[in-house]
Design a binder for this molecule. Sequence first.
Ligand SMILES: *Cc1c(COP(=O)(O)O)cnc(C)c1O
Length: 436
Amino acid sequence: MQPWIDRDMAVNWHPYSQMKTSQHVPIVRGNGAYLYDANGDRYLDMICSWWVTLHGHAHPYIARRVYQQLQTLEQVIFAGFTHPGAIRLSERLLGLLPENQTKVFYTDNGSTAVEVALKMCVQYGHNRGIKKTKILAFKDGYHGDTFGAMSVSERGQWTAPFSDMLFEVVFIEPPTAENFVQNIRILEKHAAELACFIYEPLVQGSGGMRMHQAGELSRLMRRCRELGVFMIQDEVFVGFGRTGRLFAADYLNESPDLMCFSKGLTGGTMPLGITTCTEQIYAAFYHDDKMRALFHGHSFTASPVACAAALASLDILLTVETQTRIQQISDRHRDFVDVLKKIPGVENPRSIGTLLALDWVGQEKTGYFSPFADWFSREALARQVLLRPLGNVLYVLPPYCITDDQLTRTYQVILELLKERSRQERRDECDAGSVE
Ligand SMILES: *Cc1c(COP(=O)(O)O)cnc(C)c1O
């Protein structure tokens, strides 16, 4: 497959754009929860354009702030220089995080925020003359597409071509009451060699919106703390209100050593990544010897424009109105989970905050390449709702500006399509039966 960009439809070579089966909807405009195509048809964006859009599309307040920033300072080298937006954003973000988070490192996306966190942990040991190179991670995790991030993510079809080049990771099951003892055994066995433990807190997003309990995760974290294993909490997906609270950290009894942010950080308007860490980690790098420094800098590190967008997004996020809306969406989701429990073929309907998910278990192949996903996306789009299952896992993640009517419409489409799928599958089964 070539990295082509077609003149008529510059969809780039995202994995899903390279397949012969793929079709692309040219979107020319966005407004609130809607995306508009070239024909003027509109679609409810119920996945926040891959989990980034927080307050709806083309938000006028963010747009104004970005415009002002572009007229003031669009870019400055972030080595030896800083700027008010980066300082202000650091201060405001740290004020919302667990108290032990005191330092901010800027990058420009989620994968690199993860790379930086991993490099901090490994180099921490290096700077202190201790060699620890193993990493602990959850099975079914996802932390990004760069090499380090791939290494600590679930290995599968995605990473197969690079499997020989990925570094050593010890994988454990996401925490349950049942596997606690087993996980602790693995943790203790490798503790001396572990540079860190990296995890998606409460929800494993790309791995299928799998959820675990805050209490179970906290227990595991406590043991990491006791054993001196650094914890990297990857809040790239769950941060900024997705779980109903500002951060997943707000559910946990233990604080991580490092945290990663991106996706919703700028309200979904611009790429920006942040890695935060504790004073202890920072202290291992702060030295007269330049060789102690963390040599990691991207050209667009702490882009002033992206920082302005992030500050504007925070303004909106912290309003009473938005916070109330998040709670209302959470309530609606919870009620809909009860409805879903009665639908045949639906397994484990679940929700946390503004995220709702279910597993579709028909007669079909499950997993990421389940035919259910393509069918469902197509049918939902035909009903002007943008939903995009992860294999057989259907999820809803609306922007916080979603109205009650829009939510109701989405739920209706879901029920309609799941019933239709059931009927189809039964029919297929009958047909198959008659052939035999
Ligand atoms: C999306 C995601 C990443 C990677 O972020 P990108 O900006 O897409 O590189 C990392 N971690 C988690 C938990 C994510 O969901």
